[in-house]
Ligand binder design. Structure first.
Ligand code: PLP
Length: 283
């Protein structure tokens, strides 16, 4: 149950950070969530690449080499547990000597990582389909950075939850971009559509894998903006993320999506996703 903080493994209760940490004061930091199956980290290189692009986008240097990260994170995940795990990684610009908006010329980053269990029951219930609502995206314009400043995402998710929904699908200028904590796919006439990468959505690791697997399955895929109308007319809607995998949306704004059941293409790609996971687990 040890966590990793600034080069050391220590019990969670002993892992402390200064109240002057810029992560605490300004949400001046970035993060990653990396699943592990059978104790093996899933798509680790892609997560480390995204971590380093997030750091670069907020003008921070990489804090560790990929090799050091691999060693550190592998030590955190238990190879013995049967359950799926996820590793949370956070890097902030560290503590200054006072509270100052100005970026420090010198800083010592705060690097934190911990391991959690993925609840298999929650994945089982997601497979029955989830409800979603559309909401205007109130977040800032740099959604491609995996920033720890998640207040916008949190408040949007809570609005969905207040209405008995699992996720909010976000609209910007009449187009659906992503979920509050997930990427968006729709199926229309057997074609899979997801919005192209842009500053208005996070380049999801699961998104890329879902596209890869769908192409392997021979499904026609395009990266194209999704209008609000296309969303409402979709045969299937999926939301993807590392820990929730591929969520079939069966109700949008209280209306059934397609026939109100997880769709055929969802079934096909989600089976392929599970096989891909199991390959890693049994390696
Ligand atoms: N979009 C947002 C806003 C997210 O917070 C997340 C992940 O939590 C995703 C998309 C999905 O990204 P990934 O598939 O890399 O987990």
């Amino acid at each position: 149950t040890d966590v990793f903080l600034n080069g050391q493994f220590l019990p969670l209760a002993e892992a402390n950070v200064s109240v002057l940490d810029r992560g605490f004061l300004f949400a001046d930091g970035v993060y990653e969530v990396i699943p592990a199956y059978g104790g093996k980290l899933f798509r680790l290189q892609q997560h480390l690449d995204r971590l380093n692009s997030s750091l670069a986008a907020i003008r921070m240097k990489p804090v560790m080499s990929d090799q050091q990260w691999t060693k550190t994170l592998s030590q955190l995940v238990s190879p013995h547990t049967q359950s799926d795990q996820s590793v949370y990684v956070q890097v902030t610009r560290g503590a200054g000597t006072n509270r100052d908006h100005q970026l420090p010329t010198e800083y010592s980053a705060t690097t934190f990582a911990m391991c959690q269990t993925i609840d298999p029951k929650s994945l089982d219930s997601i497979a029955n389909g989830i409800n979603a609502i559309t909401l205007d995206d109130i977040r800032w314009d740099w959604c491609h950075i995996k920033s720890v400043a998640l207040l916008g995402n949190i408040l949007l998710k809570q609005q969905a939850s207040d209405q008995g929904c699992t996720e909010a699908i976000l609209l910007r200028d009449g187009f659906a971009t992503e979920g509050s904590a997930s990427n968006l796919f729709i199926v229309k006439d057997q074609q899979l559509i997801t919005p192209p990468k842009s500053h208005h959505l996070l380049p999801g690791i699961t998104r890329d894998l879902v596209l890869e697997l769908a192409i392997k399955e021979g499904i026609s895929c395009i990266e194209q903006e999704i209008s609000e109308q296309q969303l409402f007319d979709a045969d299937e809607i999926w939301l993807t993320s590392s820990t929730k995998e591929i969520m079939p949306v069966v109700k949008l704004n209280r209306q059934a999506v397609g026939n109100g059941q997880p769709g055929n293409l969802w079934q096909q790609v989600s089976t392929s996703y599970s096989q891909f996971k199991n390959q890693l687990r049994n390696q």
